[in-house]
Design a protein around this ligand. Sequence first.
Ligand code: ADP
Ligand code: MG
Length: 374
Amino acid sequence: LYMKEAAKRKLVHNKLIELQGNIRVIARVRPVVQAELNSGEHREVVDCTTDEDLVVHRDSTTRTRFEFDRVCDQDSTQAQAYELVSPLVTSVLDGYNVCIFAYGQTGSGKTYTMEGPEDNRGVNFQAIAEMFSVAEERVEDVEYKFKFNMLEIYNETIRDLLGDSQLKQLNIRQTAAGNVVENLTEIQVGSAQEVFDAMNSGATNRSVGSHNMNEHSSRSHLVVCVMTSGVDKHNGIKSKGKLHLIDLAGSERISKTDATGDRLKEAQAINSSLSALGNVINKLGEKKPGHVPYRDSKLTQLLQDSLGGNSKVMMFVNLSPVSYNMSESLCSLAFAARCRAVQLAGAKKNDDTDKREIKKLRAVIRAAGIAAKL
Ligand code: ADP
Ligand code: MG
């Protein structure tokens, strides 16, 4: 029965990917924060109109509407945000590669969404806890092993956040089995708590050598990775999956006049790696054969085997609700819409039969207890 269910899950997931593409975008608007109240420009301009739409009120007459796979408004809880990605997380145990990103300007809520405060944990913690608990539920049927690594990408250099080589910069090597980071510390982990402990020490290492942790973290990408390998106890069939959890560097534009020297270099590195990510996602979404520009940044090189093919990508686009940040919000929304536009273009050629099929598949997934949207 287990095998049958697993095979059915995979079939349905693959069919959905085929029909809808593998990229989903969730917009999450955070509540107004004190700094915004102090700025005096705290008119709320982002209006979550439905579960799938939001409207930006540029001024009293101009409004722009954006559509996403899901919109999480200011009242959305950490549990509600996690619920949307939970099916992807558990599919890692079925052998999928999954990337969950948080994109947005500094202060928009990326770290809140991914890491979350200690008393209200975000995606990273909930995902890891759920992976271990699902593995436990399947213990009669599958033996799972877990490995963990954690790195950051700063100025296009990769730094290991575990082990003692974190100050050395690491290189990516192409192998038959995909791209690997040479000499990256990888640890075996046997429980969610072990991963949490490793994440904590990684976070401590991250702050070493940076005089301002907040600034540093907003200018580097944080990549947390859990790898699973499962062996079916009945038939010996093996599966491997990877979950990448990525808190991206702040997407804000820095004006050339404000930034000089190191600051300008940082800004350019962030800019080019975020646009490389957008270009890769856009190209993949076209689903046309052709060159995918993975090599344009360390981030896309690193994630090459987790972005295309049968992998699944979830992008949180984090947004401030107020006028003070509106132009950055519009930039983030444009990035997100571009990630998704290709989805729509891909879906456009779906005729009604495909739409009916998608509906049916979603019903199957719902019945199997997997969230329907994804
Ligand atoms: P970023 O990582 O994008 O720079 P943060 O996650 O650090 O932004 O969020 C900036 C501030 O907004 C923090 O004080 C954080 O606690 C608060 N915040 C962000 N998202 C939410 C949310 N959904 N609910 C409540 N507070 C939030
Ligand atoms: Mg942050």
